[in-house]
Design a protein. Structure first.
Length: 447
């Protein structure tokens, strides 16, 4: 199963959650909004006081194109933050113990780090020259020391943000992604809570949580599970706005179409994506259960991969697909490439150009067996599915590095590791790069 599917299975053991992946950054919002963030549990997000600083740049955000889906021109800068992404940090897990591997992007190399992770369900994120570890079961965000990875400088607890949070049960918040907006302000999406946390990465402990954005106004009418969570996943900034993918599930099954909450980072307020409709509306997507969200190199087009009914749940069906959203007009295309055409259940997606990308697909009838996971080429312009680039037993995810190569987290039993492919499909690595005693689980490119 993909990293997302596996985390759902794992978290279902405690009645909760899902996993996460790499964030992005938007330097255009580096403003005084950090000082005017919504105070915790006081002012609703959609009535937060306006920042008096200049509004963010509304041009297509080339910064996020470099951070989330590099153009392959060799630029390795963490856009807008002034640092170079030269290394790869891999988190590992066998669902009992978590660990790490660290290495270089060019040439691709990894070495296991002899440090045990505080949570076996953990995924790294790089955003705004900062490095984080999402500790899903612990409901914490760890801020790591880039000079001594994976040592944690600070730990930010995200459980117990409101009076309704109960006890010490795991996966109450389940942090999924981090987006740094300024050195002292970042958004954290929470899979199991109906809000976005606003944190100050320079602080330690509970005081680092400086506010929240209430997502209740964009909750789907048919999503009535008791947690109130919208199953919020990826955060991406583009066109001066922040987009947050919402899966809208009940007991892990989609109850309605997926959606994108839109946030004004200058005010921490939700943006109404359909002003002619009553209330505050998200961008309504054409598919269900968005598993992946990325940005094309032009910085304007969001690419969404929908899994629909996921592979491990009955009824087994290929009902998902890939669609696009214009980050400026907020218009969604609807499904342009179906799971039926791709030949499997969708997981991660990377974009190699503005139209050509690779998708991770899983055969519905098997997992971790020969050929059950594939990387498949597609073209958004022609709406065609191309060749199978890679076939293996189990893939945890795909990430594109700043030089344009694609790193595949291969969890196939007895030969797990990280494989690196050029955009033409040829493999740079002669065999999987080893990650130590546990197979790869998450990946971030870091300074």
């Amino acid at each position: 199963m993909t990293r997302f599917h596996r985390s759902l299975v794992l978290s279902s053991l405690v009645g909760l959650g899902c996993s996460g992946s790499q964030g992005a950054n938007d330097a255009a919002t580096d403003s005084a909004a950090a000082d005017t963030a919504t105070p915790l549990d006081t002012t609703p997000a959609d009535t937060a006081p306006r920042d008096t600083a200049a509004p963010p740049d509304t041009r297509p955000d080339a910064a996020d194109a470099a951070a989330d889906s590099a153009t392959g021109d060799g630029a390795a800068a963490d856009a807008g933050a002034g640092c170079m992404l030269t290394r790869a940090l891999v988190t590992t897990s066998d669902f009992m113990v978590g660990g790490y591997a660290l290495g270089t992007i060019s040439p691709p190399a990894l070495m296991a780090v002899g440090t045990m992770a505080p949570d076996q369900d953990h995924v790294p994120v790089s955003s705004g020259c900062l490095v984080f570890n999402l500790l899903h079961g612990n409901d914490e965000l760890a801020v790591l020391d880039p000079a001594m990875l994976p040592r944690a400088l600070r730990r930010i607890p995200l459980r117990g943000m409101t009076a309704g949070d109960a006890g010490a049960m795991p996966y109450q918040a389940n942090p999924y992604d981090v987006l740094v907006l300024a050195p002292t302000r970042a958004y954290v999406s929470l899979y199991n809570a109906p809000r976005v946390a606003i944190v100050d990465p320079t602080r330690d402990g509970a005081s680092a949580v400086t506010g929240m954005i209430d997502l209740a106004p964009v909750r789907a009418m048919s999503d009535r599970d008791a947690s109130g969570a919208l199953e919020a996943t990826r955060l991406i900034s583009a066109g001066g706005r922040v987009f947050l993918a919402l899966q809208n599930l009940n007991a892990f099954a989609p109850v309605t179409a997926g959606s994108l909450a839109v946030i004004d980072p200058a005010s921490n307020a939700l943006v109404d994506a359909a002003p002619t409709v009553g209330g505050t509306q998200p961008v309504i997507l054409g598919g269900r259960n968005p598993m992946a969200l990325t940005l094309t190199p032009n910085g304007r087009t969001l690419v969404v991969a929908h899994a629909g009914q996921v592979a491990f749940m009955a009824p087994q069906m290929l009902d998902g697909g890939i669609e696009t959203v214009d980050a400026v007009t907020l218009s969604a295309s609807g499904i342009v490439i179906t799971e039926m055409a791709l030949g499997g259940d969708l997981g991660a997606v990377v974009m190699l150009t503005d139209t050509r990308g690779w998708a991770q697909v899983t055969t519905l009838t098997s997992d971790a067996g020969p050929g059950s996971h594939r990387v498949v080429e597609f073209d958004l312009a022609t709406r065609m599915v191309g060749r199978t680039v890679l076939t293996t037993g189990s893939i945890a995810g795909l990430e594109r590095d700043p030089s344009g190569n694609v790193w595949v987290l291969d969890r196939t039993a007895s030969r797990s590791g990280v494989r690196v492919l050029r955009p033409d499909g040829t493999e740079l690595t002669t065999g999987p790069l080893g990650t130590g005693p546990q197979p790869p689980y998450g990946l971030a490119f870091v300074p």
